[in-house]
Each structure stands twice: as C-alpha cells, then as structure tokens.
Design a protein around this ligand. Structure first.
Ligand SMILES: *Cc1c(COP(=O)(O)O)cnc(C)c1O
Length: 386
C-alpha cells in the first residue's frame, strides 16, 4: 500500500526538490575555488535573507550550536545577562548561559504572551551592568512571536548587546537584523530556510565584536573570531571541514527564498497562519497564545476538553500520515502545534486541516466536517484578492 507522509511540524520542515537535488550532487573538496564560490554565494545570500551587512558565520550544528556560540564568544564567567524566557527555547538560552557561568537575570513572561519591551527597558535601567539581552524571536514551543524591533530600541541605547534566536523566524517572519539593532542573530537550517538540519548561522555586529574581543569564556569549535578570520581571508572558508552537502542545499534554498522575495515570503507565512487560525477557530477550537500579533510561524492550539494533545498528534500521524507537533514541557498534552514555517503553500495547510478535522471527529469531538477547511478557503480567497 502506498502511504504518503506530510511533514507539518515547525522543524524539520519539507525540503524543495531543487534543494534535495543540490545535496545529492557529487562531493567536492572544501579547499577549492569551486567550494569557495558556493560558500560565499550562500553566506552573501543569507545576509540578504537576514537583512544584515554584519559578518555571518556558519557552523555544522543544529541551531543550538549557534546559540551556544553566542553565549561562549560574547561573555565571560560572572557577566550579568538578561534572558527573556516565555517558553522552552527562551529557557534554553538561560540554561546555556548558566553552563558558561554567567550571572543570569531571568525575565520570565507568561507562555501565552509576548515579552514586554518596557520591562526589559526597566531592567536595563535598574541594572546598568547587564552586558547582554537574550530574546527568542519566534518561540516555537508556544507559537508566540516577540516584538524584536521594540526590544531592539530599548537595548540599542545601552552598553548591552541584543542576542536573538530567530531559528524558526528567519525566512518566515519580518526580520531586519541591522535596522532592529540585533547584535547577534542566530538561526538554523531546518525551519524556514527549507534545508535539512545541521547548519547553524550567526550574524554578528560591530558592537558584539567589541565584547567578543574582551571575553574569555572557552570556545574552540564555535570560536567566532576564528570563523571570521577564515571567512575574511583570501579564499573564504571555515576553520574546519564544513557540511558541504548542507552548504550546497542551503545555497539553493537561499536562492529560492530570494527569488520569491523576503517580503513576499513573510506575507505567504502570514496568509497561511491566518487561514490556519480561522480554520481551527471554525472547528470550535481555541488558540493557545493570547498575543496573536506577529504569530505567523506556528499555530498552537489548545487540545479540546477530554482529548489529549498527544492523542491528536499520534492519531493524525498513524491514521492519516500527517505529522504535527505536540506540546513541550509544561504544555505537554495540553496543546498541539501545526507548523507552517518554510516550504508550504495553501494546499499543504488544506491537507493538515482536513486530517485534523477527521482526527477530531474520530476521537469523539463534535464538529461538522469541512467547517475548518471552508473557513481556511474563504480566508485564503479574501487575502489573495487583496
Ligand atoms: C528549532 C529551534 C531551536 C534549535 O533547535 P535545534 O534542535 O538545535 O535545531 C532553537 N530555538 C528555536 C526558537 C527553535 O525553533
């Protein structure tokens, strides 16, 4: 029997066939002009995707590698940093900072809300020795998206640097690294960048380089200074063997994104999010985030009374071949998450929503089949007409 699978998780995400094919090409050596050309094309393209002219460094690692790199390179043990955490990935920054023995000032905000830029501004005023502010752009575990621009305005005037995890944001959501004053922007390949997992990137500002020059936490593989020096040499390369196949893949994916245009890509994600949102509401379900502004990467939905979020995820996977994500940590069983970051169009969402309706019906939830799909189609036509 033929069984198709539909990957609708917020990472990893589906790979365009051009990107898969690029990865399947014959292996090349990384100390050759052919590789250098490929690598520079990818990095320079990535700068356009991220709206930055800062140095962009890449590492063979999942996104967390670049998060750890940011902590290790910019700070010294004992440095005071402010971590805004409203979900699993915000917490990760705090965990990494503690491993590197930083003095972590934790600003925890409710998981269904966004960080308040004014609170961050106040904490920076109260504790002027804070050297860095850590913020998650798109908090994938909750669906909430932070107002990075407003936080950037609060941090810009202080000596602190702003470190932003946009691993599930970059490529999907409006992101203007330089204009918004982001000093270290970290991202990863397997979300909106439509590439298999395993490549991480960090865009580093002049303000961050000043801290990096003075910092003395240990870093070897993730050493930013070494990576910058190699990239800025006569033949730009990485200090160690790069993930050549992934660089080929990401180079292709970046070209696809730039051909679409970043603003068009952001608008596509917004459209898919609004269609999904309208659909689940029409099915009689409730969205998890209270703050829905900018929340266009992941749709997090509360599991209905009496049905576990995990049951919905498992049933959709086993019976219908549609893979979505459950809740993590304190949200386990309470929510499920539909991803639309990356290589998605409306008809992918129609598949997911159809499977969700049938799943809910089969699990005993009272709904009219087609009600969600109809709402999504209506929203899509309205938005397409504008
Ligand atoms: C996916 C993701 C990460 C990184 O996870 P990895 O498994 O290391 O790729 C970090 N932050 C956010 C917001 C993410 O969505």
């Amino acid at each position: 029997m033929i069984r198709k699978e539909y990957l609708m998780t917020p990472g990893p995400t589906p790979i365009p066939h051009q990107v898969s094919l690029a990865q399947a090409e014959p292996m090349i050596h990384h100390r050759t002009p052919a590789y250098t050309e490929l690598f520079v094309r990818m990095v320079e393209g990535l700068k356009k995707v991220l709206y930055t002219s800062n140095d962009v460094l890449t590492f063979a690692a999942s996104g967390t590698g670049a998060m750890e790199g940011a902590v290790a390179n910019c700070f010294s043990p004992g440095d005071r940093v402010l971590v805004a955490a409203g979900g699993k990935f915000g917490q990760r920054f705090a965990e990494i900072a503690k491993v590197y023995k930083l003095d972590v000032e934790l600003y925890e905000y409710p998981w269904d809300e966004a960080a308040d830029p004014e609170v961050i501004a106040r904490l920076l005023r109260e504790k002027p020795d804070i050297k860095g502010v850590f913020l998650t752009h798109s908090e994938t575990s909750t669906g909430v998206v932070n107002d990075v621009k407003a936080v950037g305005e609060a941090v810009r005037e202080t000596p602190a640097i702003l470190v932003v995890d946009s691993i599930s944001g970059a490529g999907a959501l409006e992101l203007r690294t330089d204009d918004w004053g982001i000093d270290v922007l970290v991202t990863g390949s397997q979300k909106a960048l439509m590439t298999p997992p395993g490549l991480a990137a960090a865009a580093v500002s002049a303000k961050a380089w000043e801290l990096i020059e003075a910092a003395d936490s240990p870093a070897y593989y993730f050493c930013f200074k070494k990576a910058r020096k190699k990239y800025n040499s006569d033949s730009p390369e990485t200090p160690y063997t790069p993930a050549i196949g992934l660089v080929k893949a990401m180079s292709e994916a970046v070209e696809l994104l730039l051909a679409e245009g970043m603003e068009a890509a952001w608008e596509r994600h917004r459209t898919l999010a609004l269609c999904t949102r309208e659909a689940v509401s029409a099915m009689g379900l409730e969205l998890f985030p209270k703050v829905l502004e900018r929340a266009y990467a992941v749709t997090a939905v509360k599991a209905p009374e009496g049905i576990g979020g995990g049951d919905i995820v498992r049933h959709m996977n086993r019976v219908h071949g549609v893979i979505i994500a459950g809740g993590q940590d304190r949200l386990k069983g309470k929510i499920f998450r539909i991803g639309h970051v990356g290589y998605y169009d409306f008809f992918d969402m129609a598949v997911a929503l159809s499977a969700l309706e049938m799943t809910l019906k089969e699990l005993g939830f009272d709904l009219e089949l087609g009600s969600g799909l109809a709402a999504a189609e209506k929203t899509y036509l309205e938005m397409a007409r504008k």
